[in-house]
Design a protein around this ligand. Sequence first.
Ligand code: USQ
Length: 391
Amino acid sequence: MRVLIAGADGYIGWSLAQHLARRGHTVGGIDALLRRGWVAEVGSVSAIPIAPLPERLAAFEEHFGDPMPFHELDLRNHEALGAALRAFEPEVVVHLAECPSAPYSMVDFQHADFVQTNNVSGTLSLLFAMRDHCPEAHLIKLGTMGEYGTPNVDIPEGFFEIEYRGRRDTMPFPRQAGSWYHWSKVFDSQNVAFACRLWGLRATDVMQGVVYGALTEEDSRLNTRLDFDEVFGTALNRFCCQAVIGRPLTPYGQGGQSRGFLSLADSLQCLTLAAENPPEHGEYRVFNQLRDVLSVRDLVRLVRDAGAGLGLDVQLKPVDNPRLEAEHHYYRPDADKLRRLGFTPSLPIEEELPVMIHRLLPYRDRISAHADRLLPTVSWRDGRAPHWETP
Ligand code: USQ
């Protein structure tokens, strides 16, 4: 299949491009390289060094035989996006080209506005461009489990049956997001569903949990990034980096917050399954994409055990929760659709974490040099803007 990845320079996108090429798909890329700038803005770096884009593309061609047609552009550049779609003629468009950080969106008005404009307007531009240039193509849109929040009932995959005043209907499950970023994903979901209804586009909206892990590539130019700072690092990746440099793990608040988690390898497998099993024309389907439901306390225990197995003395230092979120709650999401398509989870988390920590050990000094970026400064409550200084 001809698969165009928007966000091909990112954590998931760069790995997905390689995974799809290995499976024989023809891969194209779009990216405005914004993530590199955002992480620099918060004064941090990827724990695992990543190559500049031209080196990445050269390595891709050497290893996979064909060059990756690549367009360095912002999805909101609607004309250029249309030209890229016409040139590549995708059968599948995987949309990962959004700002993925809840803390970044909570800094101040400018950051909230940027995240929502970038994400919602970029997706709208893509929907119109697909209508005009590749209406048959399948859109795989990366949403987030955080769209649902943490309701006190089970979470279905997108829709649920409801009886109200004696009448029944199937309706979208309520969204109760917890950051301006997560709300941008909710707005995207509504727009994607509407475009399917309006124009007969077909789409898979992926409610993904928190992704963790680092892959080992045969060529360092093929490495994907792994962020650990308070803004772009996700919980398990941060905890593993903290363990590697002997800094205490930072569970927020009481640590009873539960989320869905999956490894990067599992995320690639799931996105590939979605691509290779497209929905019907006009269909808007929703997958919950996660493997394990874990609390922050579970994460701490898992990283401690994994570190101990590698001879690391892993400490923890709970910090006041900078976020507004439930710290004790019910959490039971369905995640059956991908399993029915054949998702077979790879390594269990107890085995994956030692691999990740081992992979990070050579980058101790690099992480240590930015250790002050590990502690949270962005507060959900008072909206104080942090003063990030590039070291
Ligand atoms: N947390 C800690 N200590 C830390 C960092 C995080 O206790 O040092 C806690 C947070 O309070 C939260 C949980 O860990 O309860 C997850 O936080 P996170 O930063 O790993 O994830 P989140 O902000 O929810 O966002 C990440 C990705 C986002 C994706 C989302 C999936 O950045 O792009 O949409 O995970 S989900 O969480 O299911 O909404």
